[in-house]
Design a protein around this ligand. Sequence first.
Ligand SMILES: Nc1nc2c(ncn2[C@@H]2O[C@H](COP(=O)(O)OP(=O)(O)OP(=O)(O)O)[C@@H](O)[C@H]2O)c(=O)[nH]1
Ligand SMILES: [Mg+2]
Length: 361
Amino acid sequence: MSFLRRAIRRPPADGSPPTPPDLPSPLDPPSPGRSAEPGAPPEATAEPRLAPDADARAEAARPAGDALATGLGRTRGGFVARLRSLLGGPTIDDAVWDEIEEALILGDVGPTLAAGVVERARRESGGVPAEAAVRRQLRALLVPRDEPFDPLRPAVPGGPAVVLVVGVNGSGKTTTIGKLAHRFRSAGARVLVAAADTFRAAAIDQLVAWARRAGAEVVSHAPGSDPGAVVYDALDAAVARGADVVVADTAGRLHTRVSLMDELAKIRRVVERRLPGARPEVLLVLDATTGQNGLAQAAAFAEAVGLTGVVLTKLDSTAKGGIVFAIEDRLRIPVRYVGVGEGVEDLVDFDPDAFVEALFR
Ligand SMILES: Nc1nc2c(ncn2[C@@H]2O[C@H](COP(=O)(O)OP(=O)(O)OP(=O)(O)O)[C@@H](O)[C@H]2O)c(=O)[nH]1
Ligand SMILES: [Mg+2]
């Protein structure tokens, strides 16, 4: 299975953002789709237009249980292995239930949730095996999905889908956008990425490099310019060119900095101004290794900009994948994707059943 052979590439030791694998250097000249000056009309690139058909879209959204299980390797070997050995023992007395609770806390499920899961599973376990009871209780923490997730759903009838990507510094936003662009292109969509992280020139270059590899078009302005204007121009360009989806990168920001969070709210308003009544996807990219602190981040972003989903990155780097349960239960926001590596294919659709199954596989 190819995902087993995926090399995990580590970031450069100096902390600078890595160049995505097999990509041109960020020092290469900008792509043709890039507009250099604020307000300059974005240029069109000669891009074949392939409308995403229903099959391709269904394929793009298919849960990937095997890839999930691999991405969860550390978690499965860590707290879940402990959990399973405790649950598989001959007798489960008070002391063992306490250890089960501890294992859940160790896996970042969170103390309150862990206590609740144990209490309810204990009650249930008279009738069903204890492992099944715990699995069921964990599964019940994940929020119900009312309708299938379709990131290519037009934000307004006849218009493009819009995906805003937000999160704290270094959580994996730009990398995730590269992966998403690749995935959407593979589904036949015409993809436009908006370089609304204007904070650093290198951020624009990093996005351009990812977009070029994925075959997506880019709309960008000069470093330091207004991120809202970039998004506005990108939406304009998407409408003019008939793009299927606009994915906007935003600067990493501390969730505690009010002025930076206000800037996000402004970007959100720009979408509304250009596409009145639009329903954009607003995805929070959370680094799974930050543990329970991710909950505070998510709450702040939800308040500032409204979130429709979470992308949990770096799940491959942590043994504490139980954070998924905490995020969904506490915030009632569905996890849509998980990042399981730094490569372009290392993004897995999140499906609640597949997740719990993969954990205990
Ligand atoms: N192991 C692993 N690394 C990841 C994953 N996603 C992103 N990364 C790495 O995380 C680091 C930061 O990724 P970026 O995409 O630059 O993060 P960002 O949120 O755009 O960062 P800023 O723009 O600085 O806020 C890079 O080294 C990525 O390769 C993942 O799923 N797994
Ligand atoms: Mg970035």
